[in-house]
Write a protein that binds this ligand. Sequence first.
Ligand SMILES: [Cu+2]
Length: 497
Amino acid sequence: MPTFSSPAMPRYVPLPLARALPLLAVALLAACRPAPTPPLGPEEQAAREFANVLPRDAPAARTTRTFELTAAPVTLPLLDGRSLAVWAYNGTVPGPTLRVRRGERLRVEFRNALPQPTTVHWHGVRLPNAMDGVPGVTQAPVPPGGTFVYEFVPKDAGTFWFHPHVRGSEQVERGLHGVLVVEDERPLPFDQDLVWVLDDWRLDASGAIDPAFNTRHDLAHDGRWGRDVTVNGRSDTRLFARPGARLRVRILNAANGRVFRLDLGGLPAQLLAVDGTYASRPISADGFELAPGNRVDLDVTIPANAGARSYAIGDRFVPRAPNALATVEVTSEPARPTPRFEVPRPRVPRWAGGLALPIRQTYRLDARVGGPFGIEWMFNGEAFRHEDASGHEHPTATLPLGAWSRLRFVNDSSRLHPIHLHGMFFRVIGRDGAFVDEPFLRDTALVHARETVDLAVVPLDEGRWMMHCHVLEHAEAGMMTLLDVVPPGQSPPAHRH
Ligand SMILES: [Cu+2]
């Protein structure tokens, strides 16, 4: 049967006939097809709930913003002026905050001046797979003295961060991390827009960064927790604001293992965004558990009648060992009117029936004795072998592009595992079998001791993406794996050998 929809329709077909042919073709097709399309299945409906929640494609880039980024050892006055030998991006810890606007291309000319190979991973950013910075999977590690250009157009506005994906438990701990802010096309008119990087430090007897990484003790617990807790490298961070001011505070947990539970000390603050993307409704930021890798953006309004008072911001994740984080000092300036504006409130799918739908893959989280550090952490009894992460590691799940998938994490251990997926946002839909209605997406979700967590995801970006525990010692000791995102019906690319 000739196909009439071909673009190569002969020119000599008389015009009325040319008009009639497509109609005829449609009629013929309709005649030989079973007429009604079947109703959508529940998973297709779930995928449809995600339509237009996030942009499928990157915006057309009008301009390119270029940054030079060098990782190198340096000695800095940190921890209240004590000098500390660290590894740093561009000579600062935290590293520079890179700011681009959505619709701009980001170009980062990276140079490795470390004594080890490294890469740069752009945590939370939806970007082409080849720019994801995963050694042996998306790129070769950058050797000492080597360079690499990272270039991409971020699809989403929000608060992201970047850090090495080689020997992360050592390189991040030594100071290699920075924030990437992708501003909205029209930034919200807050009085201040600032970044707080939370971290902790473990020093040895000489006051240097303790060089014992991936110890058995840390592996048997929740990774490396240091006693010195800092915000932007200091333990006395103070933020000054006038009465009536409205602030956007972007908070990142860059610690290897420590979880922070925010105590805002009475400061009126709402969660504006989690892990980069906006929440669908305002919720209190008090008590939010910020696991390693997580970000929150706070929408803070200083009361007009606050007077010259201060608010103590702290962490109460371990109730018997709270930490002071920072102080918000209200200045004695006269109050000015609080800026009033609407914040974006995107639709976030509820997936109310999600826990009744099939599980695409279950991951059991546990440890065993063995491996290079004495203890290995595993997904489903398998530890990721970093030394041969050159294509020998096989993906443990295939997620169809644009389709709904449910992943289940069963923590058979008594430790904390913040699970991070590269290249996609997901929603936590269940904890211990009970439906959870968080009004935001995430890229990192904390799985508590012995807990079962269900998440739902509609990946929009093809590629071989990493999934790992963001307790960096657990990741280093094997709690990593790969997920393939492929168009529906296609099989993943054969893995390289
Ligand atoms: Cu873990």
